[in-house]
Design a protein around this ligand. Structure first.
Ligand code: AMP
Length: 291
């Protein structure tokens, strides 16, 4: 596996692969790799000739007082894991390589960035879009894969590539979970054993939402209320930042479950801010049930 630190070398490596007729797949990450990242990499690896992964803890997507400094980092471990996942090239730039002094350009995707995490982390998606656009230009991949765990991020990146005519196919990949259902995340390392046990309440509340929807409940306020009750009783350490039901395409709140609806949440458990979501599509379920 090649490890590359500069944008120029990375771009040259990719151009050489393209000249050789290779299809390039790309998985951007912030490192501290876990099985969610590795399965995402294996998925993308199987679809292309060469796989590039990046590790970059992007300062512009962290707000003041957030965990940029504390975010877990372990390059030696990540290098070993990326090698096992058959990554061909690991791009690991320094902050000054991506944002040299005098850097001035940012990308905002309107509307989709206003709700869910965007409402609680001002500027977060501006930072995400900016770094992903830069990484796309540097790596010049044919395809790039992103996890559904970060559902809003995936939808915003899809919109950005569409709006800016970026010639990269953006793919989504299902959330990889621990055996008990907790969505894998680099931030799970912040949880104490007691908090880890309580964190399962997020997944259970999403299961409750699905059960209610399958039983015919269409009032999103009622579903959200029952999710809140479950989390509050099962996880006293949890502080709910938001639970929302939004239209899957526009990410704007909906009062009824009609078309595809994303039920998404951010919950603080101790030092960890955990996010999770489920896509509920009653029309599809009814059609599936009819066969
Ligand atoms: P991160 O390092 O957290 O920025 O994540 C890098 C990529 O991995 C993003 O596309 C995430 O959505 C994806 N990812 C993170 N956790 C998971 C998971 N548990 N399952 C699937 N994809 C994930």
């Amino acid at each position: 596996m090649h490890v590359i630190h500069t944008a120029r070398e990375m771009h040259e490596w990719s151009l050489a692969q393209r000249a050789a007729g290779k299809k390039i797949g790309f998985v951007p990450t912030m490192g501290y790799l876990h099985r969610g990242h590795l399965e995402l990499m294996k998925f993308q690896r199987a679809r292309c000739d060469v796989l590039v992964a990046s590790i970059f803890v992007n300062p512009t997507q962290f707000g003041p007082g957030e965990d940029f400094g504390a975010y877990p980092r372990d390059l030696d471990r990540d290098t070993a894991l990326a090698t096992e996942a058959a990554v061909d090239c690991l791009f690991f730039p320094a902050v000054a390589e991506i944002y040299p002094p005098g850097y001035r350009t940012y990308i905002d995707v309107e509307l989709l960035s206003d709700t869910l995490c965007g409402a609680h982390r001002p500027g977060h998606f501006r930072g995400v879009c900016t770094v992903v656009a830069k990484l796309f230009n540097i790596v010049a991949p044919d395809e790039a894969s992103f996890g559904e765990k970060d559902a809003q991020q995936l939808r915003i990146i899809r919109k950005m590539t569409e709006d800016l005519n970026v010639p990269v196919k953006v793919l989504g990949f299902p959330t990889v979970r621990e055996a008990d259902g907790l969505a894998m995340s680099s931030r799970n390392v912040y949880l104490t054993p007691g908090e880890r046990a309580q964190a399962i309440a997020l997944y259970r509340s999403l299961g409750r939402a699905q059960t209610l929807a399958a039983g015919g409940e269409t009032d999103t306020a009622s579903i959200i209320e029952q999710m809140r009750t479950l989390i509050t009783s099962d996880a006293p350490a949890a502080q709910i930042e938001y639970i929302e039901a939004v239209d899957d395409a526009t990410l704007q709140p909906v009062t009824r479950l009609e078309g595809p609806t994303l039920i998404a949440m951010a919950v603080r458990v101790g030092k960890a801010r955990l996010i999770d979501n489920v896509l509920v599509d009653r029309n599809k379920e009814q059609a599936d049930a009819r066969g």
